[in-house]
Design a protein around this ligand. Structure first.
Ligand code: GTR
Length: 422
């Protein structure tokens, strides 16, 4: 065989192998702990040039900014900051929601001074029983804002019986989600939800016909470290926090950013970058969220970049099948929240998101919390199911499937009560 023919054969085999493994069903990925490769995590407390980080000052002024840059450059991408001319409009306010218990506000966040420029609508529920500004949960798709009576976002990834494929959640299960919202309000918190469809849709076909074109209209000019969907969703959470700073009903110093699954990845990235978020909560965030990439358990970097090519920056694709070359791993994303409280939650039957890998990220972030003088997770042993643990790093492994369930919400309320004086 000639050299050219040999290379063509190798190329064809590689393409075929990639095609089969990446489009294969989730079942074909590794769920066997004994098959997790040996790996060495980057040390959060060592600078890229090898200098050890021995005090809080070095962490805050050197290592933290260095890690943020690495995540921007290699994983989530960069976006501009707060835009000039941004302004807010309370488009609707109804104080008779949920049987008179809640006020709903629809807030239009205009990203420019042009009335028909890019914008999004945030929907907030505030408890009417309040004596001052309330602490606020905020996230994307936390409830269906089109319903009169909001159902908390409980989207469950289900499995199609015939094709055996995971069905990507698009809607909300109208389960007792209302109850959760009522409980949140009864405990004195507000809740705000954004819809990605407003500004960068969670859709492979249309994501680009959006705010992305406002960030950089010319495709050819888009750098491989330009932020895409997850970066834009996180950006929008920070813009919503800009709004909270102007709302007298909201305590902008007690805002809790929370998200499930892809929006859990987003909550972590938003909270890592924007230190104004008081608490960060990642629910079943998995690959590109809390789960360690190097474990290659469940969803992999190659798979996520292939099926969702619009979530992370293009540079992240360099690590398809080369997780160990990443200059960071996800425990360092959790560590970027320190010393603020962070909660990582997993579900027992959610192998795709690698519960053990999510737990190990929390363990891996612990030394940074200790360096900063607060109690982090405090253990390296995976707790039993439904056994919340931790100090400023909270963790639980819930029984059941991939979902943002009532059990999770109740733990987040406990955690917020513990860490935010009301
Ligand atoms: C899956 C994806 C996961 C997770 C999940 C979800 O299809 O592979 O990374 O984000 O969707 O958002 O529910």
């Amino acid at each position: 065989m000639s050299t050219t023919a040999f290379y063509l054969l190798v190329l064809a085999l590689t393409v075929m192998a990639a095609g089969t493994s990446l489009e294969a069903d989730a079942e074909d990925f590794n769920y066997d702990e004994s098959k997790v490769p040996a790996y060495k995590l980057p040390d959060s407390l060592v600078m890229q040039d090898g200098t050890p980080v021995q005090d809080a000052e070095t962490w805050t002024t050197q290592r933290r900014p260095e890690l943020l840059e690495l995540f921007r450059e290699h994983v989530y991408g960069r976006l501009p900051g707060r835009p000039e001319g941004m302004h807010f409009e309370v488009a609707e306010e109804d104080s008779q929601m949920l049987g008179g218990k809640a006020t709903r506000k629809k807030i239009v966040i205009h990203f420019s001074d042009q009335p028909d420029g890019p914008k999004l609508t945030a929907v907030s529920y505030l408890p009417n029983k309040r004596s001052g500004p309330v602490p606020m949960f905020v996230g994307l798709r936390l409830f269906d804002r089109n319903l009169e009576y909001p159902a908390a976002g409980r989207h469950v990834t289900s499995r199609d019986a015939e094709t055996k494929k995971n069905v990507v959640p698009t809607g909300f299960e109208k389960l007792p989600g209302e109850k959760v919202i009522e409980t949140i309000l009864d405990q004195g918190y507000g809740i705000t939800s954004l819809d990605p469809a407003d500004f960068v849709p969670d859709d492979k076909e249309t994501w680009d016909e959006s705010l992305i074109q406002w960030f950089e209209p010319e495709k050819e000019k888009r750098a491989p470290d330009m932020g895409k969907a997850i970066a834009s969703w996180a950006w929008a959470l920070s813009r919503t926090l800009d709004y909270f700073e102007t709302d007298k009903d909201v305590d902008a110093k007690r805002v809790i950013v929370v998200g499930h699954s892809r929006m859990g990845k987003t909550a972590l990235w938003a909270g890592a970058q924007d230190e104004r978020f008081a608490i960060v909560i990642s629910n079943n965030s998995g690959c590109g969220g809390a789960a360690l990439s190097r474990r290659i358990f469940g969803e992999t970097v190659a798979r996520i970049n292939t099926v969702f090519p619009f979530w992370f920056c293009d540079n992240f694709r360099r690590y398809n099948g080369r997780e160990s070359d990443l200059p960071v791993d996800q425990h360092e994303l959790v560590a970027l929240v320190a010393p603020r409280p962070v909660y990582i939650a997993s579900a027992e039957e959610d192998g795709w998101a690698d519960p053990q890998g999510e737990f190990l990220s929390a363990v891996g972030a612990d030394p940074v919390y200790q360096l900063l003088g607060v109690e982090g997770l405090g253990t390296a042993t995976l707790p039993r199911v439904n056994q919340p643990i931790g100090g400023h790093i909270g963790y639980h492994l819930r029984v059941g499937q991939h979902a943002l369930a009532d059990y999770d919400w109740l733990r987040y309320l406990d955690f917020a009560d513990r860490h935010l004086s009301k």
